[in-house]
Ligand binder design. Structure first.
Ligand code: ASC
Length: 150
């Protein structure tokens, strides 16, 4: 292997380093990252909740667009839950790291639920969207009840 290739390979590996390497300043940057992502998740899921419960008129295109973006957003927050970042300006409970397997399982479930919501939204069928949004909302809530302060 040429030396320049070796260097490139090592640099690429850097992208897959442990989560702590993603952030320059801990805990602030990790906390800010996950809070920013979750703020966006709220913005994109909000209209889906509102359409599902009839607060706003159903708009199939908006629902499909939001669900698609949400399916990407839902992959992003987790890298921000770096060990030791329950200290600082955060509502994250230490239980996230004490019960990491359970937390990871809930994160996995949210991604599965959102993938189903995305599929439902592409059909344009409001009843399917309602069912899928309901599951997403329950998963958000169960994780927040267990792992978020107040
Ligand atoms: C949101 C938000 C939550 C969840 C939850 C779902 O948009 O801020 O905490 O959805 O309300 O039940």
């Amino acid at each position: 292997m040429k030396r320049s290739h070796l260097v490139a390979a090592v640099v690429c590996l850097g992208a897959a380093l442990p989560a702590a390497a993603q952030f320059r300043k801990l805990p602030e940057d990790a906390i800010k990252h996950r809070q920013s992502v979750m703020t966006l998740q709220g913005h994109y899921v909000g209209p889906l909740f509102a359409m599902a419960n009839g607060r706003v008129p159903f708009d199939a295109k908006l629902a499909a667009d939001n669900a698609e973006i949400l399916s990407t957003l839902t992959r992003l927050a987790w890298v921000g839950f770096v060990e030791g970042t329950d200290k600082g300006e955060t509502n994250a409970k230490p239980e996230i790291w004490k019960e990491k397997a359970r937390f990871d399982e809930t994160a996995r479930k949210l991604q599965d639920d959102v993938a189903k919501l995305n599929a439902a939204a592409k059909t344009g069928n409001l009843d399917q969207i309602k069912a899928a949004v309901g599951a997403v909302g329950q998963t958000c809530k169960s994780c927040h009840d267990t792992f978020r302060k107040e």
